[in-house]
Design a protein around this ligand. Structure first.
Ligand code: DGL
Length: 269
């Protein structure tokens, strides 16, 4: 291969559906010159309500698809898939592998924080990766973990009104007095930030792992000489399993554009 050409290879971004667009937007913001293939396993969404073995096998299939496209790095933009299978992937894959985990560390390290509500899928909440992370943190008593069955599915379907109702039902099961921060521990949840804020009925600080993950990808690719030459923009290709590929691609594309525009606006403010 021509020297440097391998750096043009795309970065693979995997999610159980559309939620990973948050991570893709964070990557595009930091690394706009890169090429990307986004793979959303919509046909099998949601992952978070499925047994561990099934999530492992579905994630491996999606990752294999991306590897067959000649990617130079894989970003598992799904907290559920990361908690289920990232350790296995790291043992078997030769390109750099990145995962996302609930951003509880920055949340508990925030000065003067109160209670921290951690929203994630049932599988992420019960997996040992999260338990280990919680145990490694100071002040873990301030974290209120809340498994959110059914929520990602409604967001994936684009039924935001139903997702808002579900959030209200879920929040009614915990005492949210003194909550000052919310960790969005599933990549689908940033898409309903406003609805979560509304259901809580107060201003809170949100934490999600997308930006930290994107910074880590940039650091590792830079340190290993794998970055694509800066300048210009790369291409993004979307692949979804199941029906309505085109409609899903249009929605993903629109969401990414919206997220990037919101970023630009807040940078100017
Ligand atoms: N987006 C995924 C995550 O970050 C999960 C959604 C699902 O349940 O499929 O956990």
């Amino acid at each position: 291969m021509e020297l440097g050409k391998e750096n043009d290879a795309p970065i693979g971004v995997f999610d159980s559906g559309l939620g990973g667009v948050n991570v893709l937007a964070a990557l595009l913001r930091l690394l706009p010159a890169e090429n990307y293939i986004f793979f959303g396993d919509t046909a099998n969404n949601p992952y978070g309500d499925k047994p561990l073995a099934q999530v492992k096998s579905l994630t491996k299939q999606g990752v294999d698809f991306l590897l067959n496209q000649g990617i130079k790095a894989i970003v598992v933009a799904c907290n559920t898939a990361t908690s289920a299978v990232i350790a296995d992937l790291r043992q078997t894959i030769t390109v750099p592998v990145f995962g996302i985990e609930p951003a509880i560390k920055p949340a508990v390290l925030t000065e003067g924080h109160g209670k921290i509500l951690l929203l994630a899928t049932p599988l992420t909440i019960k997996e040992k990766k999260l338990v280990r992370l919680m145990n490694s943190l100071p002040d873990k008593e301030s974290i209120i973990p809340l498994a959110c069955p059914g929520l990602a599915e409604l967001i994936e379907a684009g039924d935001i009104a139903a997702a808002a109702n579900r959030v209200e039902e879920l929040l009614a099961t915990v005492d949210t007095t003194g909550v000052t921060g919310v960790v969005l521990g599933c990549t689908h949840y940033p898409l309903i930030k406003q609805e979560i804020r509304q259901a809580l009925g107060k201003e809170v600080r949100f934490y999600d792992g997308a930006e930290g993950l994107a910074r880590n990808v940039r650091r590792v690719l830079a340190n290993t000489g794998r970055l694509r030459a800066a300048g210009g923009s790369g291409q993004v290709r979307y692949v979804f399993t199941g029906e309505d590929q085109e409609a899903r691609t249009r929605r993903a594309h629109a969401l990414v554009a919206q997220l990037l525009a919101a970023d630009r606006q807040s940078a100017q403010a």
